[in-house]
Write a new protein. Structure first.
Length: 377
């Protein structure tokens, strides 16, 4: 793995995988909890997925960014791009249909052994998970200058049965669920997907003086242990969406920030959607990415986190100082763009060895939005 990384750094294009760019074998094992193998075949989900450019060769709208003058390609397909038009959350409509998603019987049968093994794995690891009622993204529509999200309820157990066991090899079918549904090199439409597709949420939060909050996950969590992640992240739940018809501004976008950091931030104009992607590692699972200008200082956030409900999920909070270049400074000349780009590269350099795909993606979309004139005064 280390050799492949060193080789990729000499090329013009780097395809980032789900594996953290770390060299120590012990660190890699901590970072990928479900990469345990049987006969060299991942038994749950291949979080590394080195071959994603080949597996999803027909996907073209891949999220990209720049790092030290190299193109970085991420295993994310951009489904909704708000980095250029900066549409307000109050102008993005949300419609929730009442019917709950039910995993198709054939899919449930295909992954029944995987689900059972997953439960046993969690028990042996002394972990627990709960069957929350979450949100599933059905469609993203853009028409006549308006954007609409269609969603529906979905149980977390259905997410485990589908997105989280994509690479379990079924001895009976001599295949994996990923090979079955994505054999043609592309994702299916969200509305036709047999996967639960929990709607993930990731927020980059900047302190009042322009420092980016980066959360290092605890070693004890099930997903992305020890990795550097966005300031707050998780899954949208059914209770986050208050009505069958609303706007994104009415959705509890900062609930995860409250639970993980202890801060209370109102949904207002200082929270902006960057975009919605479909993560290829989890078979096209949708994720929404946002930025938020917090009214709190670094000291206030560190203090509030001590009493946060889910503070155990975090090993440590890190702060990278972008100062006015975070959101306030207009990048209206070459000198400012160069200074901003240098800060961006320094941030990547500092955290890249254990940077999660969501953090890579959030930073990529934020950078694009800033270069296209996004500011928050």
């Amino acid at each position: 793995m280390k050799k492949e990384i060193l080789q990729s750094l000499t090329s013009d294009i780097i395809n980032i995988t789900g594996f953290p760019l770390a060299s120590a074998a012990t660190s890699l094992l901590f970072a990928i909890p479900f990469i345990l193998k049987r006969n060299n075949t991942p038994i749950f989900l291949d979080w590394e997925l080195k071959e994603w450019p080949h597996i999803y060769s027909k996907e073209t709208n891949i999220v990209e960014t720049r790092f030290k003058n190299q193109r970085i390609r991420l295993p994310q397909v951009l489904s909704f791009d708000n980095t250029k038009k900066h549409q307000k959350n109050s102008d993005i409509l949300v419609y929730k249909q009442p019917e709950k998603f039910i995993t198709d019987g054939s899919v449930s049968a295909f992954t029944e052994d995987a689900y059972t093994a997953y439960e046993e794995f969690i028990k042996k690891a002394n972990k627990t998970f709960y069957n929350d009622l979450n949100i599933r993204l059905l469609a993203v529509n853009e028409q006549d200058g308006k954007s609409t999200l269609k969603i529906q309820p979905v149980e977390y157990f259905d997410y485990i049965r589908t997105n989280l066991v994509l690479d379990w090899y079924s001895n009976h079918h001599k295949s994996t669920l990923r090979r079955q549904i994505h054999r043609n090199g592309s994702l299916e439409d969200l509305s036709n997907s047999p996967l639960a597709n929990n709607f993930g949420i990731n927020v980059l939060i900047f302190t009042i003086d322009g420092s980016l909050i980066i959360q290092q996950r605890s070693a004890s969590v099930i997903v992305r242990p020890n990795e550097f992640c966005p300031s707050a992240s998780g899954t949208l739940t059914a209770i986050d969406v208050p009505a069958s018809a609303s706007t994104l501004a009415d959705v509890s976008l900062m609930r995860e920030a409250t639970e993980e950091l202890g801060i209370h931030h109102q949904n207002d104009s200082t929270i902006i959607t960057l975009g919605i992607t479909r993560e290829l590692i989890r078979g096209g699972e949708p994720e929404i990415f946002l930025i938020a200008q917090s009214p709190f200082s670094r000291t206030e956030i560190l203090t509030s986190q001590k009493s946060a409900k889910d503070r155990f999920e975090s090993k440590q909070l890190h702060f990278f100082a972008f100062n006015n270049f975070a959101l306030r400074e207009e990048l209206d000349n070459n000198d400012k763009i160069i200074e901003f780009s240098n800060l961006f590269d320094r941030c990547i350099e500092e955290y890249k060895n254990y940077m999660s795909i969501p953090l890579w993606t959030a930073l990529a979309l934020w950078r694009e939005a800033r270069l296209h004139g996004l500011t928050i005064k």
